[in-house]
Each structure stands twice: as structure tokens, then as C-alpha cells.
Design a protein around this ligand. Structure first.
Ligand SMILES: C[S@@+](CC[C@H](N)C(=O)[O-])C[C@H]1O[C@@H](n2cnc3c(N)ncnc32)[C@H](O)[C@@H]1O
Length: 479
């Protein structure tokens, strides 16, 4: 390890920045956030630095750096674009035995600035030892996506209670176990869901129980109805992923991919409750009662559903069952198939001057759901879930309702996944698609003028676009 990681308290300590450009401005902002007393030496300071000096937030010396005593400074940063001058500053700092960072020059620096994940008061510093700042920033991004948004609030709560907990639980080992239980349980869950007051109340109640020796009381279970998104594993929300990682039991649907299930906690139990349209499978009533039973027994259950739990996901029925049983639950939205498929096929759902409304429905009935289709009008976009088996009936119903047989349509199969396939066609030829191209579920049908954009904007999945353009491919015959 070439660099010792440490977190320095530089509040009200004198720090010097030499340079007045963009890099210097960034260092001023960073040291300013840490409460340093900053002086900048620059011949041509940027507007931002001038403004801070006018506001008396920093001291500004508008002159060149000269060999000058540096003893009063705790830290020195050389941030000019002149390497010789930076080296001169570094040498002067070395002579004064002061730590010096030279921007973009690990060789000349006695300390380097890490990439920072800032969830104040939790701070994570990432360094590549000056070898690759871009890599360090990438690692920072990866860490950012795994941390809860309200982590800092949770840490602040722990800070506020630290002394009280110490008084109530003097034994260090017991105190450690207490904090573990709080950060794994209800207190953290409430805080991370933005329910600060409930979190604080739960902490107070738990502390009394621990102090009075009643800590063994069972924690209540909770259900989390989480949308897993349309398929691609990176389309689950941050919150969904975090809850999945905490659940004791995961009840998941058939369309949830294995790669998303990998986010579940290793000790968690995974139970598939997917329904299959063509084979006998678990009923919704059975899913509801399993969910209620598990939560009532104190389990934290992640009910993981494809897309969004509230769009053709039966989330409403499960919420009702939980509410009737008096059990707590949360709903975490997901990217629904209509949003995922449209985005990854380059189809705007609304488009100024082309489509100003979206009708979302299902084609899951023998007549292709003709009664709902009757409300679809030109100037709108129609999105149909579960309609693959009824494509012919849907096309016929829409034409019967007066739509032009040349109205464009797109069928997106396995939307957002590596295997995504987009078939463009028209209402008049919708019936041929299934037979000629073997389109299979899961697939979503989008009808309306905006589907024409797919040809122009299908940038996300070039493979699908290639197929479309390939003259020897049957897709081209249909579209
Ligand atoms: C029972 S519904 C569940 C919808 C889900 N709750 C949502 O919000 O996307 C299943 C239907 O969603 C559509 N669907 C789900 N994932 C899809 C995907 N990756 N590509 C295309 N259609 C999809 C299909 O029409 C499929 O038959």
C-alpha cells in the first residue's frame, strides 16, 4: 500500500491552493466542504474563485506563486496547468514538511485525493493509488449504486443516540449486538424508506426493551411488493435491489430472471410462485395466503414481480390480503414492460403532434379484448400486454373499429433483454406475425404512428435492427 488512507479534520485549518482554473476551483469546493480555511494564489482566478473571494469565503492573493514560507499551511494543493510551477510548489511544500497534492501528478504528490462517495456523515474514499483516477471513479459509481440513498440519515440517527445507548447498555458486546439488530431491522427499514420519525420511535422502544432485558421479543414481519423491471437485471430500482438483499424469503414470478435473483441474500429462501398460462400452477388465492402466512410468522418477504407490481401484476390483490390481515407492507415500483420495451425499441409512447395519450390494456381474452380496444383513437398509442396469442383478433377488432389497416405496429419480444427482438408490421398483417415469425411470450404489442420511430431510433439493441434490415430475413417480409 503506497498511500495510507486517513480522514483528516481540517476544519478551520489553513490550506493553500496554487492555481486559479477549473481544477483549482474543484479543490476549493472540496476543501470548503470540509470546512478548511482556504487561501488561493492565482494570477488569473476564475469567475467562481473571484466570487468566493468577494463573499469572503476564501482568501485570494492575485499574484504569482513565489518562494514563500509555507509553514502556516496544513495542506497545500498545486493545481496550475504548468508542470514546472507545480513541481516548484511541491518542492517548497516538501521543504516546509507540509503535505502537498499536485493535481493529476501522483509522482509529485505526498498525498492524493480519492474519489469520494459522500453520504455525510458516511464517507467512502476510493483510490487507485494514482494509477487510474477514471477506474477509481468507476468503482465509486458501482459503490454508489449499492448504497441506500438515506444512508447518511441513518448514520446521523445512530450518532444522535450513541451516548444514550452507551448509558443504557454499558456492556460493549451487548451494545454491539444492539446496534447490529437495529441496523438490520425495523429501525433501518423505516429510515431508509424515508420514515425518520417511525425509525426514531422504533429505536427508542427497542432500547427500552434491551435495557429491561426483553430484547427477545419477536420483530414483526413485513412484505415488500417489489417490481423487478422488464427483464434486464440492471433495470430493477436501487431500493428494490436493496430490499431483495435483505429479505428472509423471496416469492418470485416466472418472468423474473435468474440474474436478478442473484441479488437476493445468500441465506434467503427463494420460492417460485409463477403462474403458467398453459399448465396447472399456483392460484392467486394460494399466493396471497402464503404471503400472509410468512409475514405473520415474522418473516421479511420480498414479493418480486416482473415489471411493475401494479400493472397487470396483481399487486392490488396482494396488498388487499395483507391489509385485511393487518400486516405491514411497502410497494416498490418497477419499470413496466411498456416503458422498458418502448425505450429499448426506440419508440416514444407520446410524441408531440403525433400521440398525446397512451392506452394500456391487455389482449388476454378470446376476442383480443375488443371492448377495451374500442376506446383507442388515432392520435394515441396503444400498448397491449399478454396479446401474442390474439394478434389476429386484435388486428381485426381495430380495423373493425375504423382504424386504417396500414396503421403501423410493433411487437417487442423479450424486451430489454439480450434476446430482444422487434417486429414492425401493420394492423392489416398483424395476424401473419405469429405464424410466420413464431413470435412468442413475453411480448408486448404497441400500435400507433410513434412505432415508425423504431426504425430510426432503435439504437439500443443493434442486433434487432440488423435483423429488420436483412433482406433475406422473414422479418423484413412482414414489416
Ligand atoms: C402478467 S403481465 C406482467 C406485467 C408486469 N407487471 C409489468 O408491469 O410489465 C406479463 C406480460 O407483460 C409483458 N411483458 C413482460 N415482460 C416483458 C418483456 N421483457 N418483453 C415484452 N413483454 C413483456 C408481456 O405481454 C407479458 O405477457
Amino acid at each position: 500500500m503506497q498511500h495510507l488512507p486517513l480522514f483528516a479534520d481540517i476544519r478551520d485549518r489553513d490550506c493553500l491552493i496554487v492555481g486559479g482554473g477549473r481544477m483549482a476551483e474543484r479543490r476549493v469546493a472540496l476543501l470548503g466542504r470540509a470546512g478548511a480555511n482556504i487561501t488561493v494564489i492565482a494570477v488569473k482566478p476564475s469567475g467562481g474563485i473571484e466570487r468566493l473571494a468577494d463573499e469572503k469565503a476564501i482568501g485570494l492573493l492575485r499574484r504569482p506563486f513565489a518562494s514563500e514560507p509555507l509553514d502556516r499551511y496544513w495542506l497545500i494543493v498545486a493545481a496550475t496547468d504548468d508542470r514546472e510551477l507545480n513541481a516548484e510548489v511541491a518542492a517548497a511544500a516538501k521543504g516546509a514538511k507540509r503535505l502537498c497534492n499536485v493535481v493529476d501528478d501522483a509522482e509529485l504528490s505526498t498525498f492524493i485525493m480519492p474519489a469520494i462517495v459522500d453520504h455525510d456523515p458516511v464517507t467512502i474514499a476510493v483510490s487507485s493509488g494514482g494509477k487510474s483516477p477514471v477506474l477509481a471513479r468507476w468503482v465509486k459509481g458501482v459503490i454508489e449504486t449499492t448504497l441506500p440513498v438515506r444512508l447518511g440519515e441513518l448514520a446521523s440517527l445512530a450518532g444522535r443516540w450513541r451516548e444514550r445507548v452507551k448509558q443504557a447498555l454499558p456492556d460493549l458486546d451487548r451494545r454491539r449486538r444492539f446496534w447490529h439488530a437495529m441496523l438490520e431491522g425495523e429501525v433501518a427499514r423505516h429510515m431508509l424508506a424515508g420514515r425518520g420519525e417511525r425509525s426514531e420511535a422504533a429505536l427508542g422502544k427497542a432500547l427500552s426493551a434491551w435495557r429491561d432485558g426483553e430484547a427477545a421479543t419477536q420483530t414483526p414481519g413485513e412484505a415488500w411488493l417489489v417490481g423487478a423491471g422488464p427483464g434486464s437485471p440492471d433495470l430493477i430500482t436501487l431500493r428494490g435491489r436493496q430490499l431483495l438483499a435483505h429479505a428472509d424469503v423471496v416469492l418470485y414470478d416466472r418472468l423474473v430472471s435468474d440474474r436478478i435473483l442473484e441479488y437476493a441474500r445468500r441465506e434467503g429462501e427463494l420460492i417460485c410462485v409463477g403462474k403458467s398460462p398453459r399448465s396447472p400452477s399456483i392460484t392467486q388465492a394460494q399466493v396471497n395466503s402464503l404471503l400472509v402466512r410468512l409475514v405473520a410468522s415474522g418473516k421479511r418477504v420480498c414479493r418480486l414481480k416482473g415489471g411493475d407490481p401494479m400493472i397487470f401484476g396483481r399487486g392490488g390483490e396482494e396488498m388487499q390480503a395483507l391489509a385485511e390481515a393487518g400486516l405491514p407492507f411497502q410497494v416498490v415500483p418497477g419499470v413496466s414492460a411498456v416503458e422498458g420495451c418502448a425505450a429499448y425499441a426506440g419508440i416514444p409512447l407520446t410524441l408531440r403532434g403525433v400521440s398525446r395519450a397512451v392506452l394500456i390494456t391487455t389482449g388476454h381474452s378470446d376476442d383480443g379484448n375488443a371492448s377495451d380496444l374500442a376506446s383507442f383513437r388515432p392520435g394515441q398509442t396503444l400498448a397491449l400486454y399478454m396479446g401474442v396469442a390474439q394478434l389476429a383478433a386484435i388486428g381485426a377488432a381495430l380495423i373493425d373499429n375504423g382504424h386504417d389497416p396500414e396503421t403501423p405496429a410493433a411487437i417487442i419480444e423479450n424486451g430489454t433483454m439480450d434476446e430482444q427482438r422487434v417486429v414492425r408490421t401493420t394492423l392489416g398483417r398483424l395476424g401473419e406475425v405469429r405464424e410466420k415469425l413464431g413470435v412468442a411470450a413475453p411480448a408486448l404489442l404497441i400500435v400507433g404512428e410513434t412505432t415508425r420511430c423504431a426504425e430510426r431510433y432503435n439504437w439500443f439493441n443493434p442486433r434487432a435492427f440488423e435483423r429488420l434490415d436483412d433482406p433475406g430475413n422473414t422479418l423484413a417480409q412482414v414489416s
